[in-house]
Design a protein around this ligand. Structure first.
Ligand SMILES: Nc1ncnc2c1ncn2[C@@H]1O[C@H](COP(=O)(O)OP(=O)(O)OP(=O)(O)O)[C@@H](O)[C@H]1O
Length: 257
């Protein structure tokens, strides 16, 4: 079952082409989005979150063509999004902030208090519910970002570098949460931490210079690395797969005569 369908996607930022000719078909599960700095991960996530627009191509989310402005509202209520730079109101308490986002998502008022408590509990912030957001550490703010993204039990969850700033214990717990959410939802997680992909993702998409360089499972990406033999670059199978897949994508194909 496809919940996200992208075809021929092109995204430009002035003269820079951030994404070009991207085709993707995603369904429920946890999808890792990897790629070097500037590969286009954030540009892709922003278009899927309906906060940025495609220059060309078609993007369908939950069966709705989000190129049509009138279709975006319905999709946003069923979507969760953690941006790379996450804006919040420092004077709000943790509970107030998550409840505010629930309200923005058009959740039924009677459902909000329990949904907020559950989201805070899932990210390990249950005991900080009454704290002001401005008193949280950087990693706790990141967890608050994850809580606001999941409060409406989204069918599509888009997380842009969610583990940046989390301590190792929290990262391990977060991976378990991702696996749990991915049973029902389509979760797309951009990250530079390939270990997170190996541990939590069912599929991986590797972007390079705005194009899809590789798609497969974490195991198949590791196999690409193992096939390079002892000269592969990286400390783990999946790291070697990442570098090998990038190299293969960048190697020009010899024209056939
Ligand atoms: N607002 C902008 N104005 C101009 N160029 C931009 C803008 N945002 C992104 N770009 C360019 O688009 C390309 C893709 O950037 P994007 O942020 O999507 O990559 P990324 O894979 O998320 O990178 P990172 O891993 O560094 O977060 C890069 O060349 C970047 O310089």
């Amino acid at each position: 079952m496809s919940t996200i369908r992208v075809s021929g996607l092109r995204v430009r930022h002035r003269r820079t082409v951030a994404l070009d000719a991207v085709d993707l078909d995603l369904g429920p599960g946890v999808h890792g989005l990897l790629g070097p700095n500037g590969a286009g991960k954030t540009s892709l996530i922003r278009v899927l979150a309906t906060v940025a627009q495609a220059s060309a191509g078609r993007v369908e989310i939950l069966g709705e063509d989000v190129g049509e402005p009138a279709r975006r509202g319905a999709v946003r209520a069923r979507l969760g999004y953690l941006p790379q730079e996450f804006g919040y109101y420092p004077g709000f308490t943790v509970r107030e902030f998550v409840a505010y986002v629930a309200w923005l998502k058009d959740m039924t008022a009677a459902d909000v208090p329990a949904a907020v408590e559950l989201a805070l509990h899932r990210v390990g912030l249950g005991d900080r519910a009454d704290a002001k957001v401005k008193t949280l550490s950087g990693g706790m703010v990141r967890r608050l970002g994850i809580a606001q993204a999941i409060v409406n039990e989204p069918e599509i969850l888009l997380l842009d570098e969610p583990t940046a700033g989390l301590d190792p214990e929290q990262r391990v717990e977060f991976r378990a949460l991702l696996r749990e959410l991915g049973v029902r939802a389509t979760v797309l997680v951009s990250t530079h931490l390939v270990e997170d992909v190996a541990a939590a993702c069912t599929e991986v998409t590797l972007l390079d210079a705005g194009r899809v360089a590789y798609r497969g499972t974490p195991a198949s990406l590791s196999a690409v690395g193992e096939a390079t033999g002892p000269d592969g670059i990286g400390d783990s199978g999946i790291e070697r797969g990442y570098t090998a897949a990038l190299r293969a994508h960048r190697t020009p194909v010899e024209p056939t005569r």
